[in-house]
Design a protein around this ligand. Sequence first.
Ligand SMILES: [Zn+2]
Length: 308
Amino acid sequence: MSKQKAPRITNMWSKIVDEEKGEWLTKVVLESTKPYKHGARNADGRVIFEGEGVILNMPGGTTEVNDGLLRELIVKQNGKKTVSVEMMLEHPAEFRLTDLKGFPFRVEIALNRSSITKLFSGKKIVIDPGHGGEDTGGKGPVSLQEKDVVIPIAKKLENILRRVNADVVLTRNGDENITREKRFALVKQTGADVYIGVHNRSCDDSNEDGVATLYAPANKQSAILARYVQEGLVNKLKAADRGTAEQAELAAIGGVPAIEAEVLTITNLVEEVFLRGLTVQKRAAEGIFNGLIKYFAQNGANSKGDYS
Ligand SMILES: [Zn+2]
């Protein structure tokens, strides 16, 4: 009978929240039947939450988040009545704990995402929706055109990057004809830090699926950027990893790190359906963004942006 009375953690979720005060947070929320004693601390790139006198009444284990700050959540019942939640972070972050009374009782762990904003301070990013106007790009087995996918993904990426105050230049505003030469020339004209082309893969074999990222040949920074973006896309889209490869035409951009993200394979019947979906388009933009976070976190000091 006393066992029935112990508080139980019944649910857990996380989301990115824009607070009215201008704070940008990842919130992790733990729902329980009743209040219990708890605390949290920073340790080795993690925030560790511990609840005492509480029972885990939901599946434990690892949940992937990949929101650019919070990589994953690991929930465990440690001993009879201690529950731990490890928040594995990509970067150090401050946090605060808030109790929200009511039923269910909720503990909210708010992780501050401002370290991400700092990474993009002074960064100029050219986003190139790779097709538009008469250049429709690849075509899906049903009828989807590449230009109708890459333009919305590029706009979603633009919105995410504006949120972190990056300086974003789009090579086309919509379904317009603009030559590749003009789009590439914008990189030099604007003094961009990186060039991100948005594309889909096309294959003769309609069974082929997955994500690939291409990079400017003989450019080490481009290869690194491609690797991070590829990782970001594969993690976000849960798609087959077709790796990174050189793309000779990107050499025309010059020394600026340049990549083409090939977001899923439009010639594959299943992925054509995915690419029509707004959720998948949003995830693709987030995957590219996560790659950029990692790139600027590791290579920011080498780039011409202001790093102090
Ligand atoms: Zn393309």
